[in-house]
Write a protein that binds this ligand. Structure first.
Ligand SMILES: Cc1ncc(COP(=O)(O)O)c(C=O)c1O
Length: 402
C-alpha cells in the first residue's frame, strides 16, 4: 500500500470509530416513493424517506418525456461550457420560463445548485468585502464565501437581532453580503425573511436567499418563501434538483447582477453546461407546477400528518410545516442504530451526522413527497411507534420500573 493509501485508510478507520464513516448506497429504481437497495448480496425494496424530489416530479411521465425530447433534439451532453458551444436553446428556454414564473428580470442556469451558490457569492464579493452567513447555511454558501476572499462572519441561526449586531461590526467593509436559506435543509425550519430583509436594508447590506428547499413547496403555486412573504432579495438562488425533479442551479436577480455572474462566476464559466435532458425535464416539471398550483398544499398536508404523528409518539420533532421532518436523536451510535432498525423494517432513512449537522444533533432526516401514498406514512408511523414502545420498555426495565 502506498503511503498515501495507508494514511487515507487510517483516516477512514478513525471516521468509522467515531461513527462518521459515509458509504455510497447502491440503489436501483429510485423514485420519490421507494428505493431498491442492493444490500449484502440481495436487493430489497424500501420506502424512501430520503428524497428531495418533493413533488415526485422526476417520476412523472411528462417530466421524463421532457427529458427524452431534449435528449433527442440536443444530444446526450452539452459538449462545452455555456459561453463556448454549450449554450443551447433548451437552457435559455428554461431560464426564460423560470424568470417569467418567478417574476424576476433575469435567470442564469448553472450545472448544479452547489455551483450556483459558488458562482453567485464569488461574483458579488471579494477582498475588502464581508459575507455574513446564518450559522446553518449549506456547505455551498460557506465554500463560496471562503473562495471569494471576503471576510466570513456568522450570525446565530434565524436571529435578525444577531444579524444586525454582526453587520454593525463589519460596517467598514466595502460590500456586505448576507446569505440565508429560506428553508434549512437539515431542520426544515423557515427563515424570518421579512425581519432579515429589513435588517439588510437598514445596514445597506445585499441579501441572497437560497430557496433550494422552498421552490415548489411554499408560496403561491410553489414560487417559494420569498414570494409568499413578499420579500424581494437581491439574489435568489435555487436548484432544479429537488422539486423540479431534475438537475441544475438557478440564480435569479436583476439583469446586471446576473450578467455580472456570467462574467465573473468561475463555477459557471469553466464548467460544462447542464445536460440537455436535465433542462428539458426541469421545463416539464415547471409546466406541471403551473398546470397544478395545488401540488404544494397537498405536499404540506402530507408532511403535517407525519410530523404530528411522530410528535404524538414522543419523538423529538421540531415544529414546522415543510416536508423536511427531522427526528432528533443525539449521538452517532443511537442514530445509526435507529436507521438500521428502520431499514430492517422496510424504511430507508439514513442517519445524518456531523459535519452535516452540529455535534450532538445527529438525526434522521425524513422527507415526505407527493410520490408517497398515505398508507406509506401510516406504515412508517406504526413502525416508529413500535420502536418507541420497545425503547421505553427497555428504559423502564433498566430503571427497575414495572
Ligand atoms: C440549501 C441548499 N443549497 C444548495 C444545494 C445544492 O444543490 P444541488 O444539489 O443542485 O447541487 C442544496 C442541496 O443539496 C441545498 O440543500
Amino acid at each position: 500500500m502506498s503511503d498515501l493509501a495507508a494514511a487515507a485508510a487510517a483516516e477512514l478507520a478513525a471516521l468509522e470509530a467515531a461513527g462518521r464513516l459515509r458509504r455510497r448506497p447502491l440503489i436501483d429504481s429510485p423514485d420519490g416513493r421507494v428505493v431498491q437497495l442492493r444490500d449484502q448480496g440481495g436487493r430489497r425494496t424500501l420506502v424512501n424517506w430520503a428524497s428531495n424530489d418533493y413533488l415526485g416530479a422526476s417520476g412523472e411521465l411528462t417530466v421524463r418525456n421532457g427529458a427524452a425530447r431534449a435528449l433527442r433534439s440536443f444530444g446526450a451532453g452539452s459538449g462545452a461550457a455555456r459561453l463556448l458551444a454549450g449554450g443551447l436553446a433548451i437552457h435559455r428556454r428554461l431560464e426564460l420560463a423560470l424568470a417569467r414564473w418567478l417574476g424576476c428580470e433575469e435567470v442564469l442556469l448553472t450545472t448544479t445548485g452547489f455551483q450556483a451558490n459558488l458562482a453567485a457569492v464569488t461574483s458579488l464579493v471579494g477582498d475588502g468585502d464581508a459575507v455574513v452567513l446564518d450559522r446553518l447555511c449549506h456547505a455551498s454558501l460557506y465554500d463560496g464565501a471562503r473562495l471569494s476572499g471576503a471576510r466570513l462572519h456568522r450570525f446565530l441561526h434565524n436571529d435578525p437581532a444577531d444579524l444586525a449586531r454582526v453587520l454593525a461590526g463589519c460596517a467598514g467593509a466595502r460590500r456586505r453580503l448576507v446569505c440565508v436559506e429560506s428553508v434549512y435543509s437539515m431542520d426544515g425550519d423557515e427563515a424570518p425573511l421579512a425581519p432579515i430583509a429589513a435588517v439588510c436594508r437598514e445596514h445597506g447590506a445585499v441579501l441572497l436567499v437560497d430557496e433550494a428547499h422552498a421552490l415548489g413547496v411554499l408560496g403561491a403555486g410553489g414560487r417559494g418563501l420569498c414570494a409568499e412573504l413578499g420579500v424581494r432579495p437581491d439574489v435568489l438562488v435555487a436548484t432544479c434538483s429537488k422539486s423540479l425533479g431534475s438537475q441544475g442551479g438557478i440564480i435569479a436577480a436583476a439583469a446586471p447582477v446576473v450578467e455580472l455572474v456570467v462574467n465573473r462566476g468561475r463555477p459557471f464559466i469553466y464548467s460544462t453546461a447542464p445536460v440537455p435532458a436535465a433542462a428539458g425535464a426541469a421545463c416539464a416539471a415547471l409546466d406541471l407546477l403551473r398546470r397544478d398550483p395545488g401540488l404544494p398544499a397537498a405536499l404540506l398536508a402530507r408532511a403535517a400528518g407525519l410530523r404530528q404523528g411522530l410528535a404524538a409518539q414522543g419523538w423529538s420533532v421540531p415544529a414546522g410545516r415543510t416536508p423536511i421532518v427531522p427526528v432528533l436523536v443525539g449521538g452517532e451510535a443511537e442514530t445509526l442504530a435507529l436507521a438500521a432498525r428502520l431499514r430492517e423494517l422496510g424504511h430507508y432513512a439514513p442517519a445524518i451526522r456531523p459535519p452535516t449537522v452540529p455535534e450532538g444533533s445527529c438525526r434522521l432526516r425524513l422527507t415526505v413527497t407527493l410520490a408517497h401514498r398515505d398508507a406509506d406514512v401510516r406504515r412508517l408511523l406504526k413502525v416508529m411507534e413500535g420502536i418507541r414502545k420497545k425503547e421505553e420498555g427497555g428504559r423502564r426495565k433498566e430503571e427497575g420500573l414495572p
